[in-house]
Design a protein around this ligand. Structure first.
Ligand SMILES: Nc1ncnc2c1ncn2[C@@H]1O[C@H](COP(=O)(O)OP(=O)(O)O)[C@@H](O)[C@H]1O
Ligand SMILES: Cc1cn([C@H]2C[C@H](O)[C@@H](COP(=O)(O)OP(=O)(O)O)O2)c(=O)[nH]c1=O
Length: 224
């Protein structure tokens, strides 16, 4: 009996590893941070959204007034398929470059027009996200000034993503303003919207990448 009991404890312990999301607007430095983390914590499992199987062709141009509803469901469909990969690796520590908070932040502002405001919008998006069973234990948000992020994207010729090719820099700046508002509101009220105790950590990502990395390492080491 003891052996079975011990085995259950070990199993639960393994499943109780950690799922960390790295979030932030385009150009906040998520990909750079994740690449640096891979050198520091090579044994963690790294993933990202949109996943490699994402249906970019399904996205509709921004000018289509219903694009955000369709985009939200495309990203959520991608996330539901992503569950298997996360569950299979959760015995370890899983780090995802973007996850559910990205859908709230990017699709929320454009869907708000169907609702009375940000609260009702986010509540709706979380309701239709119920098939997403893996929720993060920790969200690390890279907080960056929009102008700083835009400069990084443009200077490094990081094409404004698929939906953004047609946007002027000013329009993209405007979009990222709404995205930041939704990100910060969602994260500030994370317990209300998710019903779970997700730990949120904010990192000043305006600073050089080594400082962002060091802060992140300190956060993760405290969690281990
Ligand atoms: N802390 C930083 N300071 C200055 N430049 C950075 C920093 N982090 C990333 N960059 C640069 O900014 C650009 C966007 O970074 P990236 O990691 O791709 O951002 P994201 O994945 O959040 O869109 C890259 O060219 C990268 O080299
Ligand atoms: C995961 C996700 C990403 N996105 C957007 C954010 C990015 O602008 C774009 C592509 O993400 P990504 O390839 O990660 O670009 P970035 O380097 O900016 O992080 O997809 C959503 O709109 N909703 C989502 O659910």
């Amino acid at each position: 009996m003891t052996f079975i009991f011990l085995n259950i404890i070990i199993q639960n312990y393994n499943e109780a590893a950690m799922f960390i999301n790295i979030e932030g607007i385009d150009g906040s430095g998520k990909t750079t941070l994740v690449n640096n983390l891979k050198n520091t914590f090579p044994d963690f499992y790294y993933t990202r959204e949109p996943t490699d199987g994402f249906d970019y062709a399904g996205l509709v141009p921004l000018e289509n007034e219903y694009n955000s509803i369709l985009d939200f469901f495309l990203f959520t469909y991608d996330r539901i398929r992503h569950q298997k990969e996360i569950k299979e690796n959760i015995k370890n520590i899983v780090i995802s470059d973007r996850y559910i908070a990205s859908s709230i932040a990017y699709e929320g502002p454009l869907i708000e027009r169907f609702f009375s405001g940000i609260d009702e919008t986010i509540q709706y998006l979380m309701d239709v996200s119920r098939p997403v069973k893996c929720m993060p234990d920790v969200i690390i948000y890279l907080d960056v000034k929009i102008d700083t992020a835009l400069k990084r994207i443009i200077n490094n010729r990081k094409v404004l993503k698929y939906r953004d090719e047609k946007l002027s820099v000013l329009e993209k700046k405007n979009v990222l303003g709404f995205v930041s508002t939704y990100y910060l509101y969602f994260l500030k009220n994370i317990k209300k919207f998710t019903g779970t105790d997700i730990r949120v950590e904010y990192i000043d990502a305006n600073r050089p990448e080594n400082m962002v990395l060091n802060d992140t390492i300190k956060i993760i080491e405290k969690l281990l």
